[in-house]
Design a protein around this ligand. Structure first.
Ligand SMILES: NC(=O)c1ccc[n+]([C@@H]2O[C@H](COP(=O)([O-])OP(=O)(O)OC[C@H]3O[C@@H](n4cnc5c(N)ncnc54)[C@H](O)[C@@H]3O)[C@@H](O)[C@H]2O)c1
Ligand SMILES: O=C(O)C(=O)C[C@@H](O)[C@H](O)[C@H](O)COP(=O)(O)O
Ligand SMILES: [Zn+2]
Length: 374
């Protein structure tokens, strides 16, 4: 069992490094705080009206969940725990029902709140539970993986999987605040740090090329959770996400760019029965999307090659088994960007120039898949 190294530092006694505050615009704006020792901010984010708080955490972070619960109790909240399975096993209807049971037994009302402490799987679940309990209560996210800090905990996409596909049930339910305590990354296995880099690099390709330059300058640094570069990468990626979701919360257009690499990526996760890391699948999905754009005459060879070099340099996979195309094609039809029978992909015309490719010819899709087949 890991204890993620997040600790309470009272807002009146800030840590040596002041947190960076990134505001997400919208009907109910909120802040994403990036720094160390941020848990002291949690009561303030919950606010005065909240009486009961459910802390949802994965099995691996039982001690962290208990510490958060104890801090909240000391701060005067009636605090409860819901321990859920690790990884994608948390994103199941049965697990959401378990959380609803805890909320019901404890008498949670519309002025009470949920706190998600964990990776993206837990923040997706906790957000979904908050979105559905009494048709919506407050949620504050405390992401403990790189991927959850830069992506999952921000922006209000919440959801669970079904056996037919990834995130097929969910809602848009923005958090009231997000605490990215970088100290939590100290206990994160290196493969999860690497997986989180897929979403960071995604932000580089769709919007902020400086991210690519930073990673290219020192790809090995991302294996050290304490490296100063990690903080800059987190802040830059969160800023990209905040800018996009601040303009288009419900994915009516712009927000689709955050789905770069996910059409094939989610299909790979389904074929792999959710046993692959999300970031690893998205990495291959981005190389596929780049090949697709090249074959459609939209993207230069050099940018396609840059996908392989930067993702490969941080240790992410670039290819997938050649014998799974029919299943992957079936899975891609359930992507949320699909309209009727029309498959739609986020592609690039250049770095930081995202666009869409709608209804590509099946031969083009197959050729792009050949280019990434192992
Ligand atoms: N809602 C969104 O916008 C959004 C965005 C990106 C990804 N996601 C979702 O996020 C999920 C992937 O998230 P993830 O990569 O964080 O994986 P994860 O949540 O499965 O966490 C990976 C593993 O690390 C453990 N863990 C978490 N924090 C730890 C820590 N500090 N120390 C040690 N172990 C720790 C977890 O218990 C788990 O076993 C996927 O379900 C994906 O669909 C959602
Ligand atoms: O925030 C978004 O919008 C994204 O698409 C971010 C993705 O990284 C994330 O994996 C998201 O959960 C995918 O959403 P989905 O709508 O394709 O299920
Ligand atoms: Zn993702």
């Amino acid at each position: 069992m890991s204890t993620a190294a997040i600790s309470a530092t009272s807002p009146s006694q800030p840590s040596a490094d002041q947190p960076t505050r990134i505001t997400v615009r919208g009907d109910a704006p909120y802040d994403v705080l990036v720094g160390s020792g941020l848990l002291g901010e949690l009561p303030g984010l919950l606010g005065d009206r909240v009486q009961r708080v459910l802390v949802v955490h994965p099995h691996a972070l039982a001690a962290t969940g208990e510490a958060v619960r104890d801090d909240l109790a000391t701060a005067g909240f009636e605090a409860y725990l819901a321990e859920v399975p690790d990884g994608e096993d948390a994103k199941r209807a049965e697990v959401a029902a378990f959380c609803w049971g805890v909320l019901g037994q404890a008498g949670f009302t519309r002025t009470d709140a949920v706190v998600g402490v964990g990776g993206g799987a837990v923040t997706d679940l906790a957000g979904f539970v908050a979105a559905t309990w009494l048709r919506g209560v407050k949620v504050v996210q405390v992401p403990t993986t790189l991927l959850a800090m830069v992506d999952a905990a921000v922006g209000g996409k919440t959801g669970i999987n079904t056996k037919e596909g990834k995130n097929l049930v969910g809602s848009f339910h923005p958090p009231s605040g997000v605490l990215c305590d970088l100290a939590a990354l100290r206990t994160l296995p290196v493969n999860d740090l690497v997986a989180g880099m897929a979403e960071v690099v995604k932000c580089g390709f769709i919007a902020d090329p400086r991210i690519l330059e930073l990673v290219e300058a020192d790809p090995a640094a991302i294996r050290d959770a304490g490296a100063p570069m990690i903080r800059e990468l987190v802040e830059r990626a969160v800023q990209v996400k905040a800018d996009v979701v601040g303009e288009d919360l419900k994915e009516s257009g712009l927000r689709e760019i955050l789905n770069y690499g996910h059409t094939l990526g989610h299909a790979i996760e389904l074929v792999e029965r959710y046993e692959w890391r999300h970031g690893a699948a998205v990495s291959i999905g981005m190389v596929f999307a780049a090949e697709l754009a090249r074959l459609a005459g939209r993207l230069d060879d050099a940018v396609v090659e840059r996908h392989r070099s930067v993702l490969g340099a941080v240790g992410l996979p670039l290819t997938y088994r050649g014998d799974r195309w029919p299943q992957l094609l079936e899975g891609m039809k359930r992507d949320k960007k699909t309209r009727g029978d029309l498959l739609r992909f986020v592609v690039l015309d250049d770095v930081a120039k995202p666009s869409r490719l709608e209804g590509p010819d099946p031969s083009l899709l197959a050729a792009a898949y050949s280019a990434i087949s192992a």
